[in-house]
Design a protein around this ligand. Structure first.
Ligand SMILES: Cc1cc2nc3c(=O)[nH]c(=O)nc-3n(C[C@H](O)[C@H](O)[C@H](O)COP(=O)(O)OP(=O)(O)OC[C@H]3O[C@@H](n4cnc5c(N)ncnc54)[C@H](O)[C@@H]3O)c2cc1C
Ligand SMILES: Cc1cc2nc3c(=O)[nH]c(=O)nc-3n(C[C@H](O)[C@H](O)[C@H](O)COP(=O)(O)O)c2cc1C
Length: 800
């Protein structure tokens, strides 16, 4: 078995060392274009979680790494003159050069041939002479470029500029410095790598970078020879960050400004060529995982080759097939892990790109926000790692709420702090999201609605929203949709609001809308967005463009007179909602229904003043909003649900969403309920846990209006995290409430919370504790020996 490894970075060398041990007869050759001690950068950081795999794979390498490690537990956030520390994280770091020395030595000891200062031979030569070619030649992989059609790489170049530097200042923790400069905010990620120095990565938004003059300096540095650093920029960094560095120096090593690019490849394997590490994928350094990913790839590839018998002299089906199977297994094993890391890294890098939007946050909230920026680390994780930190954050939030006239200042899980919209007091931050039940008859809500909404109100959420309630028969999505355009509707809704007000602590809001071009379709379970078999009614929209061409009706482009008529229907429904006793009114401007279809350029191609620019497309929804705000009582709040992104290139973007939200806020909206999509069937949403939250976050922190986050928020841990970080003021949960109507009651019980933020219906008090389950463990010892973290001494502790 002959293996060629192109690139002797951490990935290539670690693979060579492991493969050699697993397959001692294999002939492994590594080509590295640089000299052994010739490497960019300073230190690499690992988390404790990462190191387990490396420890078990090759204890010799791990043992040497361990001797080098600078270890620490704390993350310090330096912001506005304060340092806030979060502990318990478990980091280990070492110099990149030293890591490479260890791997190089291990390869030499194991008999791997490494050619330094030698570029890898031509791919065509390698692929024919070797059974397997491992491309570990870094992010600019020449091998990947030779086979672009097979690997199909995609580079997403991001807007921040960064430079990897070092300093002789030895940090005592992982440091985030957030520094306000005359040009805007800059940040430093720093961590120690040995007793002599620390990694010091400076990063900033492109606009700040240009304003500070780095753009000109970088342009002047383009003539530098390979290996030289952009000294003029480094001097300016040192001047701007003098307060951080004190008397210490910045160290350069081939240091220049870079734009981070996230690399994703459709395939990592092509015949007998396989990509590994940065050649296959990148993840933003703010989650510190590039070297980890490369080493884990190496481990998985070596293991898959071994497990598929690739090096056995007489492997079933032949060596070629064994290698092919091993490569398939490698990709299947690594892709989900890499995708998950890239998702977290993406959230983190976007957070840093938008850092400027958080600089009004108080230090505590900012610190919690930065700690949870990738949305992988949560309130619950941090509580386990450092309960004092989360206690301090909860106490800060309680105090902040109290200062705003909310709550008594008791430190409780953040989701149980109250919230106020105009005169409406919500006992907690949980909303039952609007969900169409398709169970009305001629628009009249049924017994089902009473039980469904009444049940949700008993379940502890602060606010229960109705489904989209339609302003006219034609404005319904399906024949089963509820309305508020006839006296019998009003009476039926009143029965529901009366039940909620008399039996639960929840408030109840009505979502009012018109289906527009997505109307006249089947009940959800009979074919969502599909036209009716019979009895279709004509649909309307801003323009004569069908939702799905060839499937849905082509809508009638509304005349101005028709638009006024529909606006008046909204007003009539709003007046009826007040008479029916609703506490809050939400205008549905999302999901491609009528008002949303006016806002989106995908569905609105009008040439009059209601089309064209965003201001033109917003004109009609704003007119409707103003008309209903005028009749809805001034003391009662109104929210607006928007689709903050259409998930198609020509549609609404997150930046548009901020403008849309600002327009509604200026018109008197009290909160923006931030959903996305469903405007066009061509959408490609980036689904994932709490995936719509960044839109709510940007709106809240850029324009200061309250936001409701929604979309795959399912755990109380996520709700606590989003609220405390200031990404949203309220969280709406849809499907989680279909799964567990008592979601909020159970969240309280699970967190041991009882207080004004949640009220068990008095009838249900007997069930307010989690039911007992059978014991699977033996009796717990009453006395245990525990080790004190500070002194290392053991002492006894009595269990209560
Ligand atoms: C600013 C910054 C900070 C980072 N911080 C961290 C961190 O804290 N922790 C962390 O884990 N990761 C960090 N990373 C990422 C990390 O450096 C990489 O993800 C990691 O080095 C990937 O390892 P690799 O072996 O795949 O590629 P590389 O380390 O890039 O190695 C590729 C090797 O291939 C060689 N090569 C390229 N072309 C050829 C050729 N044609 N012939 C022969 N040799 C060739 C190169 O010289 C290089 O030695 C950081 C990256 C940057 C840019
Ligand atoms: C059955 C069902 C019906 C829905 N009907 C509505 C609706 O009438 N109005 C609305 O704005 N959103 C509606 N939605 C979207 C939800 O309010 C929510 O935004 C979405 O389900 C994502 O949240 P989740 O992941 O917590 O479920 C509906 C969702 C479901 C599952």
């Amino acid at each position: 078995m002959r293996i060629a490894v192109a690139g002797g970075g951490p990935g290539g060398l670690y693979f060579a060392a492991l493969a050699r041990q697993l397959m001692p007869t294999a002939d492994i050759t590594v080509w590295e274009r640089n000299a052994p001690d010739d490497t960019f950068g300073f230190g690499v950081v690992f988390s404790d979680e990462t190191l387990g795999g490396i420890e078990n794979a090759d204890p010799s390498i791990y043992g040497q790494m361990e001797r080098e490690f600078a270890r620490w537990d704390d993350i310090d956030v330096h912001y506005r003159g304060q340092v806030i520390t979060s502990g318990g994280h478990g980091f280990a770091a070492m110099g990149r050069r030293r890591l490479l020395e260890i791997l190089q030595q291990r390869c030499a000891d194991l008999g791997v041939t490494v050619h330094f200062r030698t570029p890898a031979p031509d791919l065509s030569d390698l692929a024919t002479r070797f059974d397997l070619v491992v491309a570990s030649d870094g992010v600019n992989s020449a091998i990947r470029s030779m086979r672009t059609a097979s690997f199909r790489p995609d580079f997403e170049v991001r807007q921040c500029k960064y430079m990897w530097l070092g300093t002789d200042l030895v940090f005592d923790a992982f440091k985030f410095y957030v520094v306000a400069t005359p040009y805007g905010v800059m940040q430093v990620h720093g961590y120690p790598y040995d007793a002599t120095g620390s990694t010091f990565i400076i990063e900033m938004n492109d606009a700040v970078w240009r304003a500070a003059g780095f753009g000109d300096l970088a342009a002047a540095a383009t003539h530098l020879a390979p290996g030289q650093s952009d000294e003029a920029s480094i001097k300016l960094v040192a001047d701007l960050l003098g307060d951080v560095l004190g008397d210490h120096a910045l160290l350069a090593n081939n240091s220049r400004w870079l734009s981070f690019a996230t690399l994703r490849c459709d395939s990592w394997t092509d015949e007998n060529v396989v990509l590994l590490g940065d050649a296959a994928h990148t993840a933003h350094f703010s989650i510190g995982s590039g070297t980890k990913l490369a080493m884990e790839d190496a481990l998985a590839l070596a293991a898959c080759l071994y497990e598929h018998g690739a090096s056995w002299p007489e492997v079933d089906g032949g060596r070629e097939a064994a290698i092919k199977n091993a490569l398939t297994a490698y990709e299947a094993e690594r892709r989900p892990v890499v995708a998950s890391t890239q998702r977290a890294a993406q959230a983190s890098l976007e957070w840093f790109e938008n850092l400027g939007q958080y600089t009004d946050q108080e230090p505590e909230q900012f610190a919690f926000n930065i700690m949870t920026r990738s949305r992988r680390v949560t309130h619950g994780n941090l509580k386990l790692r450092d309960p004092e930190f989360t206690d301090r954050m909860d106490a800060w939030f309680a105090d902040d709420c109290k200062q705003r006239g909310l709550g008594a200042g008791d430190a409780v899980p953040p989701m149980f702090q109250p919230f106020r919209l105009r005169s409406l007091e919500l006992p907690n931050r949980v909303i039952v999201s609007a969900m169409d039940m398709y169970s009305a008859t001629d628009g009249t809500p049924s017994e089902f609605h009473l039980v469904h909404l009444g049940g949700k109100a008993l379940g502890g959420a602060g606010l229960v929203m109705t489904e989209m309630v339609c302003v006219s028969p034609e404005g319904r999505i399906t024949p089963g949709c509820a309305g508020l355009y006839a006296p019998e509707h009003e009476a039926a809704w009143q029965r529901i609001t009366s039940f909620v007000h008399s039996s639960a602590s929840a408030k109840i809001g009505l979502q009012v809308g018109h289906s527009g071009r997505k109307g006249s379709t089947r009940l959800m379970w009979e074919g969502i967005d599909q036209p009716l078999d019979s009895g279709n009614w004509p649909v309307c929209g801003p323009s004569a463009l069908a939702y799905e061409a060839g499937v849905n009706q082509v809508p009638r482009a509304l005349t101005l007179a028709e638009m006024r008529e529909i606006r008046d229907q909204f007003v009539a429904s709003a007046e009826a909602a007040e008479r029916a006793g609703f506490d809050l009114l939400e205008l549905h401007c999302a999901h491609g229904y009528l008002l949303s279809s006016f806002i989106s350029p995908v569905s609105n191609q009008r040439t009059d003043e209601y089309g064209g620019s965003l201001a033109g497309r917003l004109r009609y929804p704003l007119e409707v909003f103003a008309a209903i705000r005028a009749v809805w009582p001034a003391h009662k709040p109104m929210t607006v649900r928007i689709s903050a992104c259409d998930w198609v290139p020509e549609g609404i973007t997150g930046a548009d969403a901020v403008e849309i939200a600002a327009a509604f806020a200026a018109a008197g909206a009290d909160a923006i309920d931030v959903s996305t999509g469903q405007v066009t069937p061509d959408e490609k949403p980036a689904f994932g846990r709490s995936y719509q939250t960044p839109f709510a976050d940007a709106i809240r922190n850029q324009i200061g209006v309250a936001t409701i986050a929604v979309g795959v928020i399912s755990s109380y841990d996520d709700v606590n995290s989003l609220i405390l970080a200031g990404r949203a003021d309220l969280c709406a949960l849809g499907r989680a409430h279909l799964y567990d109507p008592n979601w909020t009651l159970h969240a309280a019980a699970d967190q041991g919370y009882s207080g004004p933020g949640v009220t068990w219906p008095v009838q249900w008090q007997a069930g307010s504790r989690p039911p007992q389950t059978g014991r699977t463990d033996g009796p717990r010892p009453r006395l245990e020996l525990i080790r004190s973290g500070d002194t290392g001494t053991k002492h006894a502790r009595w269990r209560p």
